[in-house]
Ligand binder design. Structure first.
Ligand SMILES: Cc1cc2nc3c(=O)[nH]c(=O)nc-3n(C[C@H](O)[C@H](O)[C@H](O)COP(=O)(O)O)c2cc1C
Length: 211
């Protein structure tokens, strides 16, 4: 009976409720659909604070099947596009399309977003798949400055608007003096940032109808 309820809540119509264990989990007595979360960091460097923040978002969003996007794409070039959309761009576009929700954390470079992130957005727009359309998306930023990349986050929002995702309006998470905000294990050390991130991930789960 419980298994049937689990299946029903997950929208599974098969009688094989072992499947439901992969789709829903019970946390503190609450049934939660796991879903697919895609994480995008606008920084490529290994010790990136934005990659750390994105991973913290995934930890808090859990349960979910988490995928980290790879933005090591060629620079957008129309001549390259004429030879066919690169396979790694198609992979990214498919990952966005298949995700129930996306979280993006980007650095601030000279009061704007990173070229790496803009390049990825431009390439994906050329796949003609429209993977962002109606996608629940949470934006975050982490930066060395005191505003935590506020300017970059606004530009991120403007850069995504043409693709018509469901961008969460808040809470806004901008991690300032970011290098000092994570411990050795990559966990946020500031309780206020963690609380805001938890609120943001709850809102993202809700927007993705995973709560
Ligand atoms: C080219 C460049 C421009 C930057 N411009 C800004 C800026 O406008 N505001 C800011 O707060 N930090 C700025 N920084 C510092 C970044 O916030 C810092 O390097 C941060 O750690 C980058 O994010 P990451 O750790 O995820 O790579 C800049 C860094 C670089 C490399």
């Amino acid at each position: 009976m419980i298994a049937q309820k689990l299946c029903a809540s997950a929208g599974v119509i098969t009688g094989d409720c072992a499947i439901s264990l992969a789709i829903v989990r019970i946390i503190n007595g609450v049934i939660m659909s796991s879903g697919k979360l895609l994480g995008i960091s606008g920084s490529l460097r290994a010790n990136s604070v934005n990659t750390k923040l994105m991973k913290e978002a995934a930890r808090i969003f859990d349960p979910a099947e988490f995928t980290q996007a790879d933005l090591r794409l060629p620079l957008y070039d129309g001549d390259l596009e004429d030879q066919g959309i690169p396979a790694e761009v198609m992979t990214l576009s498919n990952q966005i399309a298949e995700a129930d929700a996306v979280v993006i954390s980007g650095p601030e470079y000279n009061a704007s977003i990173s070229g790496v992130l803009k390049n990825a957005l431009d390439w994906v727009s050329r796949t003609r798949m429209g993977p962002w359309r109606d996608k629940p998306v949470a934006l975050m930023s982490a930066a060395a400055g005191r505003t935590g990349g506020a300017r970059a986050q606004w530009i991120m929002r403007l850069s995504l608007n043409p693709f018509r995702p469901r961008l969460l309006v808040g809470p806004e998470l901008m991690v300032a003096s970011a290098a000092a905000q994570f411990d050795e294990a990559g966990r946020l050390t500031n309780e206020r940032y963690e609380a805001t991130l938890t609120e943001l991930m709850d809102a993202l789960r809700h927007e993705a109808r995973l709560d």
